[in-house]
Every structure is written in C-alpha cells, then in structure tokens.
Design a protein around this ligand. Structure first.
Ligand SMILES: Nc1ncnc2c1ncn2[C@@H]1O[C@H](COP(=O)(O)OP(=O)(O)OP(=O)(O)O)[C@@H](O)[C@H]1O
Ligand SMILES: Nc1ccn([C@H]2C[C@H](O)[C@@H](COP(=O)(O)O)O2)c(=O)n1
Length: 240
C-alpha cells in the first residue's frame, strides 16, 4: 500500500495540479464529504450548487421570472457572486448581500432546477467555475453535477459519489432536523434529481470516472473511500 501511494503522495503534497471533481445526486454527501477531503488534502473547495442556489435566490428576490430564459441568463452574467473557496466555514454573497443561509431554504431547493436547466445560465456559471479552478492554481475539490464531464473533464481525479434513494432521503431529513414530511423530501431530493437530469447526467459515471457508493458507509468511511480513489486515480496517471 505504501509503494502504491508514493506517486500519489508526491502529487498530493507538492503543489502539482490536483483537481478532484465530484458529481452525484442530491443528498449523496457531495458537499460534506468534499469539504472533508479538501481539508485533509489541504486543497481549496468549490460548492457549485451554491452558485445555482445563489442565482435562484437573486431571481426570486428581484422578481425575475424563473421561466424567462433570457432574463435568468442575463442575471447569471451580471450578478456579483462571492463565496469562500476553503473548506472551513461557508459564506455566499450575491451583489454584496450575504445569502449563506437563505440559499439552503426548501423554497430555493424547490425552484433551483428552473435555473439549473437554463442552458445560457449554465454556460456562464461553468465559465465562472473554470475561472475559480484556475484562480486556485488547479489545486481544488469541486463538487456538483457536471464537474466530471463539463467543468473539469481533465481533472486528475473524477468520481461520482452516490447512495441509495432511501439513504439520501434519510440523510436529508436528518440534516433538516426532521422538519420535512416524506413527501417534501421526495420533492426536494428525487423530484429535483429527475428535473436536473434532463440537462446533465450525474447518475452514471462517464469513461474514466470512479464511483463511490456510500449507502452502507458512515461519513468517515466515505471520506476514506474517496481519498483512496484519489490516490488510485493519481497513481494510474489520469489526464495531465
Ligand atoms: N456516508 C454518510 N453517512 C451518513 N451521513 C452522511 C454521509 N455522507 C453525508 N452524510 C450526511 O448527509 C447529509 C447530506 O449531505 P450533503 O449535504 O453533503 O449532500 P449533497 O450531495 O451535497 O446534497 P445536495 O446536492 O442536495 O446539496 C449531510 O447531513 C451529511 O453530513
Ligand atoms: N454543477 C452543478 C451544481 C448544481 N446544479 C444544480 C442541481 C441542483 O438542483 C442545484 C443545487 O445544487 P445542490 O446545492 O443541491 O448541490 O443546482 C447543477 O445543475 N450543476
């Protein structure tokens, strides 16, 4: 095992490019697990879902019709978005307004797919995400739905983090403190995935993309499994 990870350790520690791209369905643990991986490996962290949520908050707040494709795309191009790029803490600002907590509201979860399925808005957010990766010196964990395929197809490690529907709904229910009914959880997790899947495929791993299924793993075991995949991917010499 030590021999296996020599090359990986060099890449992990010496400031070489190390982009870790993580996609997966809602509630699979992408944000929490990606943050823990970034912390352990000393990498920056980007939650791309927060960008779609922030844009949705901005549209709702400014009474922009989410189904007016041109207006939503224009908003994506013009808003100022700020977010932390470290795994410690979290903040998101839209045009200088802190929206860290409001973007997690079930109301945003209910409406975010209308923005995520706007192809013009996606193009602009992908452009911004690629700029962040460059700004972080290509040493970053990026999580979302199209990171392995569109945002960072050349990433040194790419993986889908998944879990059973039952596990994902249970985890989301616990995360929201038991405030949501079973039907609300179905809407926020499964129905949202179904809508988002119409524009990006985050359920199946593309060629060269690993899969980690966390259904039967606890949080720590999942973080370890992801780091092991990163070591394997780097050792096997993925895209330069
Ligand atoms: N392996 C695991 N075992 C138990 N709980 C987990 C595991 N992985 C993640 N969790 C918990 O599940 C909840 C959902 O995780 P998280 O918010 O990271 O998912 P996500 O994939 O980013 O969801 P979304 O895409 O909807 O934002 C969190 O409370 C997290 O701590
Ligand atoms: N790269 C991404 C990231 C997110 N989305 C969409 C899909 C979700 O419904 C929404 C919010 O993401 P979450 O915070 O739940 O991870 O944003 C996307 O289409 N592409």
């Amino acid at each position: 095992m030590e021999g296996h990870s020599v090359t990986a350790s060099v890449q992990l520690r010496q400031g070489k490019p190390l982009v870790i791209a993580i996609d997966g369905p809602s509630g699979s643990g992408k944000s929490s697990v990606s943050k823990a991986v970034a912390k352990r490996l000393g990498l920056a962290f980007l939650d791309t879902g927060a960008m779609y949520r922030a844009l949705t908050w901005h549209c709702l707040n400014g009474r922009i019709d989410l189904h007016d494709a041109a207006a939503v795309e224009a908003a994506a191009r013009t808003i100022s978005l700020e977010q932390n790029l470290t795994p410690e803490g979290e903040f998101v600002k839209v045009n200088g307004i802190t929206v860290t907590e409001p973007i997690r509201d079930p109301e945003i979860s209910k409406n975010v797919s209308a923005v995520a399925t706007n192809l013009g808005a996606r193009k602009e957010l992908v452009r911004r995400q690629q700029a962040v990766i460059a700004q972080c010196g290509h040493r970053i964990v990026v999580e979302g739905r199209d990171i392995t395929t569109v945002v960072a197809p050349q990433a040194q490690a790419r993986l889908i983090l998944t879990a059973s529907e039952e596990a994902r709904m249970r985890r989301r229910g616990l995360q929201l403190g038991g405030t949501q009914s079973a039907e609300q959880l179905v809407q926020q997790v499964l129905a949202r995935d179904a809508k988002d899947s119409t524009v990006v495929d985050f359920q199946r791993a593309a060629d060269g993309v690993y899969t980690v299924d966390s259904s039967d793993l606890d949080f720590e075991e999942t973080v370890t499994a992801v780091i092991n995949v990163v070591r394997s991917a780097v050792n096997e010499g993925p895209a330069a």
